[in-house]
Design a protein around this ligand. Structure first.
Ligand code: SF4
Ligand code: SF4
Length: 176
């Protein structure tokens, strides 16, 4: 059975993981008018290599989107992996709700597992994952970090696989 736009909206309004910094650190803005509008709303807009973006966690997110009906096009056109499966009939509504609940549970586990240290204080999951992305660090530091944060790596990976799949970072809420 086909999903309705209302069902998709309800799922997103209850989830918010592509708004609150769980999945993304930024979202791309499609056109100049939208850039000005979002800037005027106090959103943190910036240009990087000629690409316009706003940062996440999104200041419009307060348990749900405060501007849902007038959200930027990147938001209203974005569907995470479970929603894409629901839209094309590859998953039922009940299965999709279950997947998103599982992702929510992983998010809570991730945050509960984070050490209460200055490196993680006030950081979103996306920012913490960036911190833990250690490719540039010397090998002894990498080994130490893997030991210290052994539980966080699989939680972050499972969460990403559930909601984005294995397409990883290239999505960045831009290429939908
Ligand atoms: S992660 Fe999926 S369900 Fe959650 S807000 Fe984003 S698009 Fe909606
Ligand atoms: S504008 Fe709304 S839908 Fe878009 S990222 Fe911010 S809170 Fe989420």
């Amino acid at each position: 059975m086909k999903s309705t736009p209302e069902q998709l909206s309800e799922l997103c309004l209850a989830c918010g993981m592509c708004c609150d910094g769980t999945l993304f650190g930024k979202a791309h803005i499609k056109d100049a008018d939208e850039f000005d509008r979002l800037k005027a709303l106090g959103m943190s807009t910036f240009y990087e290599d000629a690409n316009a973006s706003f940062t996440q966690p999104c200041p419009q997110y307060n348990g749900s989107c405060k501007m849902y009906r007038t959200a930027p096009s990147v938001c209203s056109n974005y569907y995470c992996l479970p929603l894409r499966k629901l839209k094309r009939g590859a998953a039922s509504l009940a299965e999709t709700e279950k997947t998103i609940r599982q992702a929510g549970s992983l998010k809570r586990q991730f945050l509960d597992t984070c050490p209460k240290t200055p490196e993680f204080s006030g950081k979103s999951i996306f920012e913490i994952k960036q911190y833990l992305n250690m490719k540039e660090r010397p090998l002894p530091e990498q080994i130490q970090m893997r030991k210290e944060h052994a539980q966080l790596y699989p939680l972050g990976l499972k969460l990403q696989l559930l909601l984005i799949g294995d397409e990883g970072k290239k999505k960045e809420m831009a290429n939908k």
